[in-house]
Design a protein around this ligand. Structure first.
Ligand SMILES: Nc1ncnc2c1ncn2[C@@H]1O[C@H](COP(=O)(O)OP(=O)(O)O)[C@@H](O)[C@H]1O
Ligand SMILES: [Mg+2]
Length: 322
C-alpha cells in the first residue's frame, strides 16, 4: 500500500524469514558460521537457542541456503509435535525414502542404509529440527538414537536443533545428560542493541529499494522503534510496518518518533499478560484452567440472563396489552 508512496520495490518488514534480508550482527554472523562450519566439519550435533523472534528460523534457512550449494541432503522438521513413528517416517520421507506403512525399526534401517550410501560418496546429510523446544522427551530420545548412527570415525547424520531458551533448560536436565554430552556446538541469539536496531532498519529499507544515503526513519524514530521492540527483530518488523502504514495515511515524507510511538502504543507490545499457568505444577495448572472456564461460563450465563431480562422488558413495553 505504502510502497509507491515511499518509492520501495519490496515490503521491507515482511514477517516471513527471508535470507536475502539477513542483517549480520556479530552474534548472527557467529551463529551462521557455527551452523555452516559445524555441519561441514561433521560436528554431529549443534544446538541454537534464542527468544521468540530473534532470528533462529532465518538463520537456519540462511545456513541451508549456503549448504545446499555443497550437495548436502537435508530433512527439516518445522513442527515437532509428532509421535516417534511419525517423526522418523517424516524425516525419511523428507530425504525421499518411501517408508509409508513401515514400522519404526524398518524406517531406521532404511535411514541407516541411506546415510551409509551418502557417507561412502562423502556427501553430508543433515537433519534440522526447528521449534525444538516442543520436542517431547520421547522425541528427544529418538534424536539421541539418531546421533548413534555412525561409522568408526564419523557421525552419519548431522543434526541441528533450533529452539527457544526452554530447550537449553531441557537439555541441561539430568535425564537428558547423555544427549547433552553429544552436543558439539551451541550458540545463542540475543535481541539487537540500539545501534544495531538502526542498522537493521536501514538495511531492510535499502534492500527493499530505498536509495542509499537517504533515510526514511529519523534517528529519533529508530530509537523509538528500539524502545518499543526491545531489539527483537520480529517486533522491529511489526512496529516499522505499522509506522510506515500510519506515515502513509498521514502523507508523512519521513517517519518521526510520534508516528512510531503511536504505532507502538496501538500494538500494545509493552503489555504482557503474565502466563500464570506456566509457573504452576501440571495438576494445579489444569485445576486453574478448569476454574477459569467455569468462571467464564458463569459470566456468560449471567450476561445471557440479563440480555433475556432486557428483551422481556422491551417486549412488554413494545407489545401493548390487549
Ligand atoms: N539478523 C536478522 N536480519 C534480518 N532479519 C532478521 C534477523 N533476525 C531476525 N530477522 C527477522 O525477524 C523475524 C523473526 O525471525 P525468525 O527467524 O522467524 O525468529 P525465531 O525463529 O527466532 O522466532 C523474521 O522476519 C526475520 O526475517
Ligand atoms: Mg522460528
Amino acid at each position: 500500500m505504502y510502497r509507491a508512496f515511499y518509492k520501495l520495490r519490496l515490503n521491507p518488514f515482511e514477517i516471513t524469514p527471508d535470507p536475502s534480508f539477513l542483517f549480520p550482527t556479530p552474534r548472527h554472523r557467529e551463529a551462521l558460521a557455527t551452523l555452516y562450519y559445524g555441519v561441514r566439519a561433521h560436528k554431529g550435533f549443534i544446538v541454537i537457542t534464542g527468544e521468540v523472534g530473534t532470528g533462529k528460523t532465518l538463520l537456519v534457512r540462511s545456513a541451508l541456503q549456503l549448504l545446499q550449494r555443497t550437495n548436502i541432503a537435508s530433512a527439516c522438521v518445522f513442527n515437532p509435535s509428532l509421535s516417534p513413528l511419525e517423526f522418523v517416517r517424516y524425516i525419511a520421507g523428507d530425504f525421499g525414502l518411501s517408508v509409508g506403512g513401515k514400522a519404526k525399526d524398518e524406517v531406521i534401517l532404511a535411514l541407516n542404509a541411506y546415510l551409509r550410501q551418502r557417507h561412502e560418496k562423502r556427501l553430508i546429510t543433515l537433519l534440522v529440527v526447528d521449534e525444538a523446544h516442543h520436542l517431547s522427551p520421547e522425541l528427544l530420545e529418538e534424536v539421541r538414537l539418531l546421533t548413534n548412527l555412525e561409522t568408526a570415525q564419523q557421525k552419519l547424520l548431522q543434526i541441528v536443533l533450533a529452539g527457544q531458551p526452554e530447550l537449553d533448560q531441557t537439555l541441561d536436565s539430568w535425564e537428558l545428560r547423555q544427549l547433552k554430552q553429544r552436543i558439539m556446538l551451541r550458540c545463542q541469539l540475543e535481541p539487537l542493541g540500539q545501534n544495531e536496531t538502526a542498522g537493521y532498519i536501514q538495511r531492510r529499507l535499502h534492500i527493499a529499494g530505498l536509495p542509499k544515503n537517504t533515510t526514511l526513519f529519523s534517528h529519533a524514530a529508530m530509537a523509538m522503534v528500539f524502545k518499543h521492540s526491545r531489539g527483537i527483530p520480529r517486533l522491529i518488523n511489526t512496529v516499522c510496518e505499522n509506522a510506515l502504514l500510519s506515515g502513509y495515511a498521514h502523507c508523512a515524507p519521513i517517519i518521526t518518533p510520534d508516528i512510531v510511538e503511536e504505532a507502538g502504543r496501538d500494538l500494545r507490545l509493552g503489555v504482557i499478560t503474565p502466563n500464570v499457568t506456566a509457573q504452576l505444577p501440571k495438576e494445579e495448572a489444569e485445576l486453574f484452567r478448569a476454574v477459569k472456564t467455569l468462571l467464564e461460563l458463569h459470566d456468560y450465563l449471567r450476561e445471557m440472563k440479563s440480555a433475556e431480562a432486557e428483551t422481556d422488558i422491551r417486549l412488554t413495553r413494545e407489545i401493548p396489552r390487549a
